[in-house]
Design a protein around this ligand. Sequence first.
Ligand SMILES: CC(C)(COP(=O)(O)OP(=O)(O)OC[C@H]1O[C@@H](n2cnc3c(N)ncnc32)[C@H](O)[C@@H]1OP(=O)(O)O)[C@@H](O)C(=O)NCCC(=O)NCCS
Length: 182
Amino acid sequence: MSAHSSVMIPNYRIRPFKPEDLEAVERINRVFLPENYPSYFFMENYRRFPRSFFVAEDEGGNVVGYVMCRVESHYTKSETLILGHILSIAVSKDHRRKGIGEALMLKAEEGLLSYNCDAVYLEVRVSNEPAIRLYEKLGYKKLGIIPFYYADGEDAFLMYKILREGLDDSLIYQALGNRVIR
Ligand SMILES: CC(C)(COP(=O)(O)OP(=O)(O)OC[C@H]1O[C@@H](n2cnc3c(N)ncnc32)[C@H](O)[C@@H]1OP(=O)(O)O)[C@@H](O)C(=O)NCCC(=O)NCCS
């Protein structure tokens, strides 16, 4: 399945982000997440990594969720890893627990694979049980805690998932371990 194909979940469609979606995505970001970004941040990530920025729309064509990613280089003793970074994901409250978050994550991973990512990682509030459960369901593991990561002082878990077969977890720790305590 190509990164630009549509994943069907009953009554919803996951499709690539388009610039016309910016307002709706920003609205969802502002309402459902304390971490908000200026418009250019969304557009810059879209411009650089269009194959890993997706929205979910309902049958009426309303955008009800999104996932935005970035591709980064990280260094280990032996090689440079290409890591996908899930920057932001949210689903409107009325549309949760229907599989949209999971579908958005899977499409994001597919897109990140198309950029040759070796693994994918993200930060999540230690109190954000629904999101942590979602990531664990998809096979993400906790690398450690980033103390005081959020503006209000809350800690984050740094979680990751290996995409390249055979890649050892220790390389992820070499690349990102300096950000966490275990
Ligand atoms: C996290 C979020 C994106 C999940 O979206 P969603 O569409 O409701 O998730 P899904 O329906 O695909 O759920 C997939 C799995 O995640 C887990 N999960 C999701 N919500 C959960 C909840 N409230 N409690 C427990 N587990 C939950 C479950 O394992 C679920 O699988 P199941 O339904 O088979 O049990 C959504 O809750 C959200 O937008 N939260 C606010 C923004 C946010 O916190 N973003 C993450 C920042 S790191």
